[in-house]
Design a protein around this ligand. Structure first.
Ligand SMILES: [Zn+2]
Length: 226
């Protein structure tokens, strides 16, 4: 047996000991408060980011590049991973979370600027991001170094995913849609591991957002106001 799996199973045994009594209220059904869409990046621990260890509270989706878009024969639709809790569990809050130094955003940037290609499965994921990121790549300030450009594109990607949800007929109008960026690279102010709100229901002007949400004004921050 691989050491990795043994260590994972040890960790799970501790989890089970801790969680044994925590499923009573949700054993047969779930009504999560929010669906969160995060990059699969191993440095972003989706439940931990929110301090969440309560089963049933958050419906967590993960994929490279925190996409909410899925391609079907009829064109782009809201990914079923995101839509499921909205349709089936009464969830009325969506949080799209990007992160600094995102590899998927980097690979999409490279594909758009240098035509770099990846294995087909990865290309498929990047192709879902590329048309949404292309206008952002074109609008990037010219004087940025590569890391700064990509971190601005991380914000732009969150904006585009939020916009896609808001423009979709499948997401009810009353759904709250938030866009945030998780930072572990000291790109934003504050501590490593803090989430920064960059978009609330499509609004991305920092001063407007701070005026509208003074209780979290210090958590609202952007690197790119375009
Ligand atoms: Zn990522």
């Amino acid at each position: 047996m691989s050491r990795t799996l043994r260590e994972l199973l040890d960790g799970n045994a501790a989890h089970a000991a801790d969680f044994e009594t925590r499923f009573d209220a949700v054993q047969d059904a779930q009504h999560p408060e929010a669906v969160t869409v995060c990059c699969s990046d191993s440095r972003v621990l989706q439940d931990h980011v929110w301090g969440n260890d309560e089963p049933g509270r958050l419906f967590t989706c993960g994929n490279i590049g925190n996409r909410v878009v899925q391609q079907t024969a009829d064109g782009e639709v809201v990914s079923g991973d995101v839509l499921y809790p909205i349709e089936h569990t009464g969830t009325d809050t969506v949080v799209v979370m990007g992160h600094t130094g995102c590899g998927a955003v980097t690979a999409t940037y490279d594909a758009l600027t240098d035509g770099v290609s990846e294995p087909p499965g990865i290309d498929h994921c990047l192709d879902l991001l590329a048309p949404h990121l292309e206008p952002g790549v074109e609008a990037l300030p010219a004087d940025l170094d590569r890391a700064a450009a990509i971190n601005r594109l991380v914000e732009y990607n969150v904006d585009r995913q939020v916009a896609f949800l808001r423009e979709s007929d499948e997401v009810p109008d009353g759904t709250d849609v938030f866009g945030v960026v998780y930072d572990f690279q000291d790109v934003y102010s504050g501590r490593r591991g803090e989430v920064h709100v960059v978009n609330v229901d499509g609004e991305r002007d920092v001063e407007t957002l701070r005026d509208a949400h003074p209780e979290v004004a210090d958590r609202i921050e952007r690197r790119w106001e375009y």
